[in-house]
Design a protein around this ligand. Structure first.
Ligand code: IPM
Ligand code: MG
Length: 353
């Protein structure tokens, strides 16, 4: 297969983890005989500094004409502490989602056996946790009509039938490929948008008779995720709820540095780690590249290149088993490995496999 990949490194640790993702991708392509071409584009604070726009038109064009985007992270503290800043790196992310029509954000919450002790939850609770959160990504309060003056402000939460149907379809289809259990997370006891979600989900459920569909209020779901995470298989929810629940979910695994994600929709799909740009670690060679590397696995799997994805996952597990780990998950007294060393070890494993 010929693959044209847009690489958006962004800010903070972005460029460092991106380099490891690209090396792994190249190694896998060599092994399986795929041709891959990379085109780099700027985004986030880096792009604001360079051209005054966190998602410049040129970057959009490059993404649009690629088969997939390998994205790293955006964000810089100099914007967080400036409430009057007119442009922010995060706007780049939102613009990218909107312009590429990335309405489905797939965030798997997975645990790694050797890291279960790092989870803030008791081992017996997290042992069998393995679920996917499907978050609607281009609608709801994030993009609804907004207003702000000195005395009043509002954000509008709006969803159309079309937007709800297409994301629920993604949810049902993921459930079909997994353990056939879909949980629709909403706040239908209070919100009109949620009632429409629930109504449409109930209309669609008979088309998927093998899927056990249940409905859960978001407050209850947030509790269930920590009291019984193994309950969930596929969870589907709106933009804002999904933002909050996936941060909660990312803690379950014990290290945020391990979780990849995919955003899919109308145009080029984007693959990125769930974690942010961790500016304090920039240039220190300590950031965990595994979430980025696992994002590459999700990229291959998106194109049904499942053996390729499987090999990456195998290499990642092997690196953990061999204690080739970045500092935040290193075993006591173990040898120290940096971002580059973990990446190089995985590349080497892939080459020899
Ligand atoms: C995420 C992030 C973004 C969001 C921010 C950076 C705008 O928290 O991808 O979950 O809220 O969607
Ligand atoms: Mg978030």
């Amino acid at each position: 297969m010929n693959l044209k990949i847009a690489v958006l490194q962004g800010d903070g640790i972005g460029p460092e983890i991106s380099a490891q993702g690209v090396d792994v991708m190249t190694a896998v392509c060599e092994k399986f005989g795929h041709k891959v071409a990379y085109e780099y584009a700027i985004c986030g604070a880096d792009a604001i500094d360079k051209v005054g726009d966190p998602f410049p038109e040129k970057t959009y064009e490059i993404c649009k004409h690629s088969d997939a985007v390998l994205f790293s992270a955006v964000g810089d503290p100099k914007f967080d502490n400036n409430p009057t800043a007119k442009v922010r790196p995060e706007q780049g992310l939102l613009t990218m989602r909107k312009k590429l029509g990335l309405y489905a954000n797939i965030r798997p919450i997975q645990t790694f056996k050797c890291l279960i002790h790092k989870s803030p939850l008791r081992s017996e609770l997290v042992e069998n946790a393995d679920f996917i959160c499907i978050r609607e990504l281009t609608g709801g309060m994030y993009f609804g009509k907004k207003y702000q003056d000195n005395d009043k402000a509002y954000d509008t939460n709006e969803y159309s039938r079309m937007e709800i149907e297409r994301i629920l379809k993604v949810g049902f289809e993921y459930a079909m490929r997994r353990r056939k259990h879909l949980t629709v997370v909403d706040k239908a006891n209070v919100l009109a948008t949620s009632r429409l979600w629930r109504q449409i989900a109930q209309e669609m459920a008979p088309q998927y008779p093998e899927v056990k569909t249940d409905y859960m209020y978001v407050d209850n779901a947030s509790m269930r995720m920590i009291t019984e995470p193994a309950f969930f298989d596929v969870m589907v929810t709106e933009n804002t709820f999904g933002d909050i629940l996936t941060d909660e979910g990312s803690c379950i695994s014990g290290s945020m540095g391990l979780l990849p994600s995919a955003s899919e929709g109308e145009s080029t799909p984007v693959f990125e780690p769930v974690h942010g740009s961790w500016p304090q670690a920039k240039g220190l060679n300590i950031a965990n590249p595994l979430a980025q590397i696992l994002s590459v696995a999700m990229l291959f799997e998106y194109f049904n290149l499942n053996e390729e994805g499987k090999l990456i996952r195998k290499a990642v597990y092997a690196s953990l088993d061999a204690n080739v780990r970045t500092p935040e998950i290193q075993v006591e007294g173990g040898e120290r490995f940096g971002t580059k060393e973990v990446g190089a070890w995985i590349v080497n494993y892939i080459k020899k496999a």
